[in-house]
Design a protein around this ligand. Sequence first.
Ligand SMILES: NC(=O)c1ccc[n+]([C@@H]2O[C@H](COP(=O)([O-])OP(=O)(O)OC[C@H]3O[C@@H](n4cnc5c(N)ncnc54)[C@H](O)[C@@H]3O)[C@@H](O)[C@H]2O)c1
Length: 397
Amino acid sequence: MRILILGGDGYLGWAQSLYLSSKGHDIFIFDNLMRRHFDLEHNFSSLLPIATLQERVKAWKEVSGRQIQFRIGDTTDYEAIAAVFREFQPEAVVHFAEQRSAPYSMIDRKHAVFTQVNNVVGTLNVLYAIKEFTPACHLVKLGTMGEYGTPNIDIEEGFIEIHHKGRSDILPYPKQPNSFYHLSKVHDSHNIMFCCKIWGIRSTDLNQGIVYGFETDETVLDPRLATRMDYDQVYGTALNRFCIQASVDYPLTVYGQGQQTRGYINLRDAIRCIELAIASPAQEGEYRVFNQMTEQFSLLELAEMVVKQAQEVGLHARMVHVANPRVEAEEHYYNAAHTRLIDLGLEPHLLSGSVLQSLINLAITQREHIDPELIVPTVNWRTTKNEVVHTNDGVSE
Ligand SMILES: NC(=O)c1ccc[n+]([C@@H]2O[C@H](COP(=O)([O-])OP(=O)(O)OC[C@H]3O[C@@H](n4cnc5c(N)ncnc54)[C@H](O)[C@@H]3O)[C@@H](O)[C@H]2O)c1
C-alpha cells in the first residue's frame, strides 16, 4: 500500500516507517523536524544519537534495499500537505505529527497556544486534504489514553451506552483530560468524528497508552537507524525515564503518591497495532476508536519493578517521591478496556523482567551522555509563567 507517515522523523513515526517499509509498503514521510528544534530550544537531546532524516533514509536504503520518500513540511501549511496528498495519493495515512508533550503544553500561554494550533489546525488540514484529493484514504490518527482522564467507572473503547430518563444511546465516552496537550487530542477527535459523518471519511482514532522501549527489529540493524531515546522532564515518558534514571543511580522520580495508574504499551506492539489497523480499515464514513494499550500500572508499581531489576545488575537504584508538578488525582479507580486490537490479532509483548533488563542495559550503554539536570521536573501545572529550569539541586530523598 501507499502509506503516508506524518511525523515520520519522531520516536514512533521513524520506527513505524521502517517497520511498514520492511513489510513491502511504499512509505512517504512528511515531517517539519520540529521535534529536533524543541531539543535546541531547551537543550535536550536523544540519548541514543539520531542521524539526520536524510542520513536515516540513506542508511535504510543501504541496509534493506528499500526506498523511503520524504519531504520536510508542516501540516499547518495547507498547500504543503495538500501537495503530498495530490502527488502521492496515499491509501492510508498515519498521523503522528503533533506536539506531544503535556509538560511542554503547560510551560506558559505561548506553548499552550502553539500546541493547540499545531495539533488542531494540522489535523484539520489533513482532513481537508483527504476530502479533496484522496477521499477513500484511511486516516489512522494517534490520540492518547489521556483523553479520558481518570473517571470513577470503567473506560470503554471510545463509546459508551447511556440510559437516561427511559431512553438510551451509544455516545462518545466522556473526556476529562489533564493538560492543554491532551485537550488538543480531544479537539482532534471531535473534528475527525464530524468529518467522518459529513464527508464519509474513514478513520481509526488510536487512544494510545504510554509507549516504552527504544528498539525494533529494524532500528537495531544499523546505528544510523536508531529512534529517539528521551529522558528529560518534558519529553521523557514514565517507564523509559525510570530505566534511564536507574542506569545512572539517580533516584526514580515518582510524582506525588505514585498511585496514578495509566495504560502502557511496548514500542513493538505500538507499531504492530498500526499495521493491524491499516490491514482492516474503517468503513466509509466510519469513525472507530481503539484503546491502544496492553497493560496498566501505577507509577509506584513501575518504579518498584525497575528498582528490583536494576538492583539485580548491581545498580544502587531507589525511588523518591517528589512534589507532583501536575494537577491530577493521585489515588483513583482505573480500568480501561483494550480488546479491539487483540481481536484483530495483536499478540502483546508484556512487561517482564527481561524487557526491563534490556531497557536498563541499553540505558547503561549511553549513561555517560546523561545530564542529570534535565531529569528534575520544573514545569508546574499551577503556575502560568513556567520556565524549563535547569538545576543542579537534584532531588532530595
Ligand atoms: N510516545 C508516547 O508514549 C505516546 C503516547 C500516546 C500518544 N502518542 C502520540 O503519538 C504521536 C507520536 O509521538 P512521538 O512520541 O513519536 O512524538 P515525537 O515528538 O517524537 O514525534 C512527532 C513528530 O511529528 C513532527 N511534527 C510535529 N508537528 C508537526 C507539524 N505540524 N507538521 C509536521 N511534522 C510535525 C515532529 O517533528 C516529530 O518528528 C503523537 O501524536 C503523540 O501524541 C505518543
